[in-house]
Design a binder for this molecule. Sequence first.
Ligand code: TXA
Ligand code: MG
Length: 323
Amino acid sequence: MLTSDILTRAVETLRRGGVIALPTETVYGLAANCEDELAVRRVFAIKGRPATHPLIVHVARAEALPSWARHVPEDAWRLAKAFWPGPLTLVLPRTARATDAVTGGQDTVAIRVPNHPVALAVLDALGGGVAAPSANRFGRVSPTTTEHVRADLGSDVDLILDGGPCTVGVESTIVDLSGEEPAVLRPGGLAVEEIERVLGRRVPVRTSATVRVSGSLASHYAPRAGVVLSEPADVVTRVEALRAQGQSVGVLGPPGLTLPAGVPRYDVPDDPAGAARALYTRLREADERGHDVLVACLPRAEGLGIAVRDRLARAAAPRPSEG
Ligand code: TXA
Ligand code: MG
């Protein structure tokens, strides 16, 4: 998938301050060399994201932690050992290597080792860290294929690396280890239950934290269509009610779901991991069809189902403004 030519181009692009789209197991990232402030600023400009929103530092291995975090608690090493490379981001007190441009001026840094051969090859060859938010415009759903990246960012990026469709499909789980007690700031591609198993205690989910997490804005993962949430048993009633109001309706739900004639279904499996993998692609497909409303069937609230429900709830939240 990644020839040595393309790898060389990618690393050279990053070294000279360019911005590339980088596949990870969760979603595609919009990557710049962390230590190049102008390049990092360009990431914010391309995304249209406020510069105060901090970015995640991606590194090739856990051994790099002490160069980015001035204190690495035992819990961080345990989680890193258990889940890296993988869909887990740790928030820790930063060193000076994590600049204001990356951390949005906060005293903490978010860091992870992604589990994707292309990302790992690039990070290894670069030898440093890349700051990479999801490679979508601010407020849109994250991209899980290169087609999504092209549709959102097109020629604004210097290079798009193709790593195939993302295998996890939702963003990493963010765990804050900078305070007294660990807390989940964003449920994501690693189940909270798994984190609790390794730490041997309950870890609260605290999505409306005082730290700035752009994914925690009310309507962050918003398609153009309106989104209505539904438990599986109520989907048909919801659809009928919306159609009676003259709305064009599509349904995001499992293949087994029977719908009234003429209502398209965009398959989102009901097993939580399958739902996570399919969610953003189906949301984009459904959105392209120009429905007024998408009725989204909620997966079980366990494992990755918690992240899927979180993203659907944000997609359904009131929008402060369009566009
Ligand atoms: O899976 C992922 O995490 C993907 C891939 C590309 O790695 N990246 C991603 O980045 O989702 P982004 O920028 O879309 O979301 C990063 C989240 C934001 O909500 C940001 O506010 C939060 O991480 N974050 C970054 N630094 C933080 C910090 N120091 N404290 C708290 N939250 C932080
Ligand atoms: Mg994002």
